[in-house]
Design a protein around this ligand. Structure first.
Ligand code: C2E
Ligand code: CA
Ligand code: CA
Ligand code: CA
Length: 275
């Protein structure tokens, strides 16, 4: 016999409750994580394709949950955004990245991801300025990665915000290029210093001739705008050959190095929850 609609509904509600309870619990745990210093940053190398030299590192947030183990950022960052905790967490990331860069000159330039929620705060440029000043990191060693969707909402607000950040001397990279829409317009009207081609293109490079054409076009856009193009998610030698042949400027991916804790880090982990 078929389950009655009422029974189906209550079953559905029970499932919802479990999922919702989990999310609430994780949000509480995030607050504790910040206060108790459970976060750290991994670094992933970025390489200049022509010289083979390191040009910088992307700093990626990691959370080792005391009972559940490592939680992927794709899982906990949306929860941090919903609860507003992304603001103090994002500030911690900025400060920690700057402090690590100062203590580890071999990192070169450090690239930090910003959340859309951070980017909606008029206070952001002041926070960036603070992170630089309190660490002593020269502004040109900091790069902020932002995605297109963060700029689309209200240009009269986002363009001045981006310009205030750039005025500090910090670089700005467009992250995940090719996953959004009207990318060309955004690139033309916002002062980016780098294009990061989304890693979904790498997966297609080996199998689809169209992907090679798109790669060529994106590199052409970078040339026209005089900004370097970095390919993300490079995993295979054959992907690398395509990138070399098309004249891509920089690469990042497992082929060159996975995200790892900062090697030889001598700094004690900084405390969170003080801001
Ligand atoms: P993203 O900014 O696109 O970061 C690159 C992601 O690609 C990282 O995943 C990295 O581990 C992964 N990756 C690097 N090379 C390869 C490769 O060769 N193959 C494959 N398959 N993957 C590769 P991760 O660390 O899990 O981070 C996921 C996303 O979480 C990031 O995507 C970023 O959007 C967000 N995220 C990470 N750290 C932060 C942070 O501090 N703040 C904010 N707001 N978001 C962050
Ligand atoms: Ca990124
Ligand atoms: Ca990316
Ligand atoms: Ca992303």
């Amino acid at each position: 016999a078929k389950a009655s609609p009422a029974r189906g509904l209550s079953f559905y509600h029970a499932e919802m409750d479990a999922a919702e309870r989990y999310r609430r619990r994780m949000k509480d745990d995030l607050r504790i994580a910040l206060a108790e210093g459970q976060f750290h940053l991994d670094c992933q190398v970025q390489v200049d394709l022509r010289s083979g030299e390191t040009c910088g590192h992307e700093m990626l947030l990691r959370w080792n949950h005391p009972e559940r183990g490592p939680i992927p950022p794709a899982e906990f960052i949306p929860l941090a955004e919903e609860s507003g905790l992304i603001l103090p967490i994002g500030d911690w990331v900025l400060r920690e990245a700057c402090a690590l860069a100062v203590a580890n000159p071999q990192l070169g330039k450090v690239a930090v991801n910003l959340s859309a929620v951070q980017f909606s705060q008029p206070d952001l440029p002041r926070q960036v300025e603070h992170a630089l000043a309190s660490s002593g990191l020269p502004a040109e060693r900091l790069e902020l990665e932002i995605t297109e969707s963060m700029l689309m909402q209200d240009r009269s607000r986002t363009l001045p915000l981006l310009e205030r950040i750039k005025a500090l001397g910090v670089r700005v990279a467009m992250d995940d290029f090719g996953t959004g829409y009207s990318s060309l317009g955004t690139l033309r009207s916002f002062p980016f210093d780098k294009i990061k081609l989304d890693r979904s293109f790498m997966a297609e490079l080996d199998t689809s001739p169209q992907a090679v054409g798109i790669l060529r076009a994106v590199i052409g856009i970078g040339r026209a705008l005089r900004i370097p193009v970095l390919a993300e998610g490079v995993e295979t030698q054959s992907q690398l050959e395509h990138l070399r042949a098309e004249g891509c400027d920089e690469v990042q991916g497992y082929l060159f190095g996975r995200p790892i804790p900062v090697p030889g880090q001598e700094r004690a982990p900084s405390e969170g929850g003080t801001m």
